[in-house]
Design a protein. Structure first.
Length: 130
């Protein structure tokens, strides 16, 4: 199976251009990144995914930096090189320092190790946690 081609702005149908325009305006960028260009092959998925990302990643009880660091942690755990690159960049843009990055990676590594140990030993949940 061949890898599909991305949909560039100039080749995009109107419904895709509308989403691209919203991404560019919301993120204050000149162009959308490759993730969106590949999702554009299915305009409904592009629109639904963008609307969800825009809502979830907007400032709220958690500030944008914390949200990006959480997204980065999950991306590392899931082993998604594209998402790691994208959210490392976004977190650094939101003022994540190298020390913060190091701590996030340490927490991710430790959580994955202890999660696997707890799962492997089938550790029952303590009553105090319920």
């Amino acid at each position: 199976m061949t890898t599909p081609s991305p949909i560039e702005y100039v080749d995009a149908p109107p419904q895709v251009r509308a989403v691209y325009d919203d991404i560019k305006k919301t993120r204050n960028v000149a162009d959308v990144n490759n993730f969106w260009k590949y999702l554009a092959r299915d305009p409904a998925t592009l629109k639904r995914t963008w609307e969800s990302v825009k809502q979830i990643m907007a400032p709220g009880a958690l500030d944008p930096l914390v949200k990006e660091m959480i997204y980065l942690a999950v991306s590392v755990t899931n082993g998604c090189p594209y998402c790691i690159a994208s959210h490392s960049f976004a977190a650094r843009k939101a003022r994540m320092s190298e020390a913060m990055f190091g701590e996030v990676m340490a927490v991710v590594g430790m959580a994955n190790e202890t999660n696997r140990l707890a799962n492997g030993y089938r550790v029952p949940i303590d009553d105090a946690f319920n």
